[in-house]
Ligand binder design. Structure first.
Ligand SMILES: Nc1ncnc2c1ncn2[C@@H]1O[C@H](COP(=O)(O)OP(=O)(O)OP(=O)(O)O)[C@@H](O)[C@H]1O
Ligand SMILES: [Mg+2]
Length: 235
């Protein structure tokens, strides 16, 4: 495939060659027209907003190949029954971590939790439904505290769905929940796993602690025990 020179220039300084090629392929396949802005530079991935031919947007999450904590990824992957045989090879681990996010997002969606719909995964590049309005991404709930009571109740429903399905998010906090006009959208699901995973209880306790800490600081009468009761008894 011939790559137009000006396009090559646009991405050349931002992404490594491997990722560049994947982006060109995705463009050529019509998944998007071009990347228009940077949404976030995260710990393990960078997230961009891309525009499609029809003027709508997609989020492009690119897992970093170089600067990332792949030892942490390996540690958590190796206790997930889906990935017991994973080899300790850097790229394989990063690609599997990205795959795991894709699969987890589909699972969350299937049980009724609002997440960005995953569109496509190839190696370290994940395409997601863009959460926001007119190209402006929704903010993490820590930066958008509107409708906290309603928001919290919806989130408790999601925690209940996770609990009923023997799932845990594993990295849940005010950083990984977007406030989309008062509706929680759960993101960053690569660490999610099931009850069969030996880390399940540890991750569940941590998620509950993070959520009760954040919402108790922001006007909700909740603590760890109350939150657990709400999840178990709320119908
Ligand atoms: N689908 C999306 N639509 C709009 N914005 C998004 C989307 N996905 C992620 N973001 C934005 O990008 C940020 C980083 O995404 P995410 O948490 O998935 O990546 P990460 O690299 O694992 O982040 P971190 O290491 O900071 O937790 C989010 O906090 C959010 O602001
Ligand atoms: Mg995150």
């Amino acid at each position: 495939m011939a790559i137009p020179r000006e396009k090559f220039k646009t991405y050349n300084n931002v992404f490594d060659n491997f990722t560049n090629r994947l982006l060109f392929k995705l463009e050529a396949a019509g998944y998007f027209e071009r990347i228009v802005s940077t949404i976030a530079i995260g710990k393990e991935a960078n997230v961009f907003c891309a525009i499609k031919k029809d003027g709508t947007y997609v989020a492009v999450k690119i897992y970093r190949l170089e600067v990332c904590d792949f030892n942490k990824m390996y540690y958590y992957l190796s206790s997930d029954p889906r990935y017991l045989n994973i080899k300790r090879r850097k790229r394989e681990i990063i690609f599997t971590w990205a795959q795991r996010e894709y699969k987890n997002l589909l699972k969350f969606r299937a049980i009724g939790i609002r997440v960005p719909t995953p569109i496509y995964i190839t190696n370290n590049v994940l395409l997601l439904e863009f959460i926001g309005d007119n190209g402006f991404a929704s903010r993490q709930v820590r930066n958008d505290l509107t409708n906290m009571h309603e928001f919290f109740n919806k989130l408790v429903d999601y925690l209940k769905l996770l609990n009923n399905n023997n799932l845990v998010h594993g990295d849940l906090s005010e950083f990984n929940i977007l406030n989309n006009n008062g509706d929680p959208v759960v993101i960053d699901c690569s660490q999610s796993t099931s009850l069969k995973d030996s880390f399940y209880n540890e991750l569940w306790e941590r998620d509950i602690k993070n959520i009760s800490r954040f919402f108790s600081k922001n006007g909700i009468d909740v603590d760890i025990e109350k939150l657990k009761q709400l999840i178990e008894y709320k119908n």
